[in-house]
Design a protein around this ligand. Structure first.
Ligand SMILES: N[C@@H](CCC[C@H](N)C(=O)O)C(=O)O
Length: 325
């Protein structure tokens, strides 16, 4: 079988196209493969945050379907950094620059964007649908149908959280620099993702956001099913939306927002449709790090001894880009 190691802002994945399998995988095998491949200690070449599983779409209105399997084998409804890399993959396979990809809840528009730097290819992806409803978030806080800029005493006495599904669930809070780099994000996110807490029994992605300047923010995320990541695309999109609502004096809808993260930088734009619903554009790198050839049966048991790793020159170009920020 063949896979491609990719990343968006250092949020790294293996793209697995079902057409590249030696033998089709059952659902249980797909989860098992993700858990083995992504393992940061014993996985494939340093592991990854997840597997992006590419299959045929529901009909010709989409070019393919992306499924997001987290490192722990759970499935996410969307992945903002991942969809840019899948967009690039499908764009190169089909010689297209503007098309739709099927995801769990929506067919999303993707298009090629201007390169961020030499050999740093970029794509622009629609992030949608957006919902603040507790039901869509699978959030349980007594008497609340949504949560917007409020203290949740079980989490922190001071931090104010907003919850938004894009459509995967996110908890966002705006913090100062000490809080951004301090231990609270790990403590709160570990609690919310322990599978036992009453607020988010299915877990949630949690982000701390620091405002650096107008239309310029830094987002640090602890991902459901993964842990701390270099970046989370849907979290950066959700954070941009909450920023535009809470800091309306500093930003306008449609403004280009620079979103810095531990793995690099992306741009976002927040849009509103006539029916008042929001959606975001997420524009950022879609880097192909390497092509990998491996034996499927062995990979399913976590044995990667025969894997062939064929690196591209894109990672060093990406590092030069990050160095220039
Ligand atoms: N890194 C992703 C989000 C991946 C899914 C997340 N772990 C979840 O379970 O919702 C992104 O870039 O959006």
């Amino acid at each position: 079988m063949k896979m491609i190691k990719v990343h968006g802002s250092g949020n790294d994945f293996f793209i697995l196209d079902e057409k590249q399998l030696d033998k089709s995988l059952s659902e249980e095998e797909l989860k098992q493969l993700a858990r083995h491949v992504c393992d940061r200690r014993n996985g494939l070449h340093g592991g990854s945050d997840g597997i992006l599983y590419v299959t045929k779409g529901h009909d010709d209105s989409v070019v393919g379907k992306m499924r997001v399997i987290n490192a722990d084998g759970s499935e996410a409804s969307m992945c903002g950094n991942g969809i840019r890399t899948v967009a690039r993959y499908l764009s190169e396979q089909n010689n297209l620059t503007d098309f739709k990809i099927e995801t769990m809840y929506a067919d999303l528009e993707v298009k090629k964007a201007k390169d961020f730097a030499p050999n740093v290819v970029a794509f622009d992806a629609e992030i949608s649908p957006v919902s603040f409803a507790a039901n869509d978030l699978k959030m349980h806080i007594d008497g609340k149908t949504k949560l917007f800029d409020e203290v949740v005493p079980e989490l922190s006495k001071t931090l104010k959280f907003s919850a938004v599904a894009v459509p995967n669930p996110h908890m966002i809070t705006f913090v100062n620099h000490e809080e951004l780099i301090g231990p609270e994000l790990g403590r709160i996110a570990t609690y919310l993702n322990n599978g036992k807490n009453p607020i988010f029994p299915d877990g949630v992605n949690v982000s701390f956001v620091e405002v650096l300047a107008n239309n310029n923010i830094f987002v640090r995320t602890f991902e459901r099913g993964v842990g701390f990541t270099n970046a989370c695309g849907t979290a950066m999109s959700a954070s941009s939306l909450i920023y535009s609502l809470l800091y309306a004096r500093h930003t306008n809808l449609e403004d280009l927002i620079a979103v810095h993260n531990p793995g690099g930088m992306v741009n976002t734009k927040v849009h509103q449709r006539e029916n008042k619903s929001y959606w975001m554009s997420l524009i950022g790198n879609a880097t192909f790090v390497a092509e990998v050839e491996l034996e499927q049966e062995k990979a399913l048991t976590g044995d990667f001894t025969d894997a062939k790793w064929i690196a591209t020159a894109e990672q060093s170009a990406y590092e030069d880009f990050v160095g220039s920020l």
